[in-house]
Design a protein around this ligand. Structure first.
Ligand SMILES: [Zn+2]
Length: 242
């Protein structure tokens, strides 16, 4: 194998690792964000349940006041009945008192309904708290794992990057820029084998004279279709599988 191919394969292997680690690092923040969003959804559900309890309680207090007001009115009408001597006025006041009593019964029915709703709402607060607690535990644990992976990946990336320049410097300038140019357009599959008579990058059949040129291992050979740099090793099967 050409010495430059060996160096390029080492460099390519390094670049693949770098690209993979960068991709893994890039995926961490979205995952962390998704986890935190999940927890904030559970928090919102709990807040809504607590708000419902408050609303029911304030409605109940309002109804209590209404009952007190009605009772006050009944007393007042009773007093007026006691004071009047006119029968029609007495009857009108009796009607008002009946009206107030009927209203009180209606309000008390609503209060009973509210008590049932309050019981349900309290249960919802309890279950939403439980869900939130569980979600927070999962989020804390998983965010912790992500933080740990991030630290390790950053360390690994720094180590791999630190001597990537040395690996690149081992390749002559013209070949290196050719390699990097192909990498820009084709990704990290630049130096490819010619297994089964096809290019390991674009999988197109390689003309016989190009295969011969590559096997001679005198200078770099490019795929006539995609321009990737081809290499040959003894264990490669050169005949095409038809
Ligand atoms: Zn090709």
């Amino acid at each position: 194998m050409l010495e430059v191919i060996e160096k390029l394969l080492i460099l390519q292997d390094r670049d693949r690792k770098l690209r993979r680690i960068k991709a893994e690092l890039g995926a961490i923040e979205p995952q962390r964000h998704a986890l935190k969003t999940k927890a904030s959804g559970a928090q919102a559900a709990l807040d809504a349940a607590r708000q419902r309890v408050k609303e029911i309680e304030s409605r109940r207090k309002q109804l209590e006041l209404e009952v007190e007001t009605k009772k006050g009115q009944i007393n007042k009408y009773g007093q007026q009945q006691f004071e009047t001597r006119k029968n029609d006025e007495y009857q009108a006041l009796a009607k008002e008192i009946e009206h107030c009593k009927a209203n009180i019964i209606k309000i008390e029915d609503e209060e009973i309904e509210l008590m049932e709703q309050a019981e349900q709402a309290a249960k919802q607060v309890e279950s939403a708290s439980k869900v939130l607690k569980e979600a927070m535990a999962i989020v804390d644990r998983e965010v912790g794992q992500l933080d740990g992976s991030e630290t390790n990946l950053k360390k690994e990336l720094a180590e791999l990057e630190s001597n990537r320049n040395d690996l690149a410097a081992a390749v002559d300038g013209a070949t290196l820029s050719r390699y990097e140019r192909i990498m820009k357009t084709r990704g990290d599959n630049v130096i490819v084998g010619i297994e089964h008579g096809v290019c390991g990058g674009c999988h197109m059949k390689i003309p016989a004279q190009v295969v011969v040129h590559c096997r001679a291992q005198q200078e770099l050979t490019a795929c006539t279709n995609c321009g990737r740099i081809l290499y040959y090793t003894r264990d490669m099967v050169l005949t095409a599988t038809e």
